[in-house]
Design a protein around this ligand. Sequence first.
Ligand SMILES: [Zn+2]
Length: 275
Amino acid sequence: MMLLLGCGKAAAPAVEAAPETAVPVVLTAAPTAQAEQKISIGVAAVETAAPTAAPGPLTGFVIGLDPGHQLVYDPAREPVAPGSSETKQKVAGGCRGVKSGVYEYEVNLDVSLLLRDMLEEAGATVIMTHEVLDVNISNVQRAQMFNEANVDLGIRIHCNKSDNSKTAGAFMLVPTENRTKFYEENVRAAQVILKAYCAETGLSMRYKDGITYRNDQTGFNWCTRPIINIEMGHLSNPSEDALLSDPAFQVKMARGLFNGILQYFRPDLVAAANE
Ligand SMILES: [Zn+2]
């Protein structure tokens, strides 16, 4: 009742100023901050009442996927962290399958697109830094895309290489504690998702617990949201190359990542399933 009276009083000049548009009149009619708040709540309620896709277990979560690298690398430099005089290439070249010849950027994008579809199917909002290879988006820009979308978790998706062709396994990078406000979330996400990934794919976990801590990653240091980086395996290892470059195996890779993301955001579902 009070809200209606308030609107009525303030609405008169607004109507005169802009008689041709009905909606702005309502929105600009608020005479006080208090009334404005009430009106905006009302507007939000109307918006959420609009028809949307059927809710899934990840509805309401915003997940960022950054398929590592791109068709052509960018050797121009950018600061490795805000305010830093140290610089790195805007986009490094990535690695290549030692036997298959597949480019890392292809594997990264193919798996990311499969994962995107699985996440969207489960109701998540997915923010992709790119969906085609012929782009030029620096690591700072990729981080900023995640910041602007306010992602609940950003995942940088890569493959690794080693000078030793026997080196194998998947692992995670997370920002060191001084580079993130979300250290504990990041470590938990990395643990849960890597474990699920290795379980689904059968790939081994490199290092003792599969996690390495990095303060030198541009894509981490510019990101103000929770963020992790998976290295899905080694393209320098002939047997892992054969798997990582296989489209059928890539579905398993995406499924493993999806399982882990679901477990990370919805541990309640996992607990219920185990009862
Ligand atoms: Zn890479």
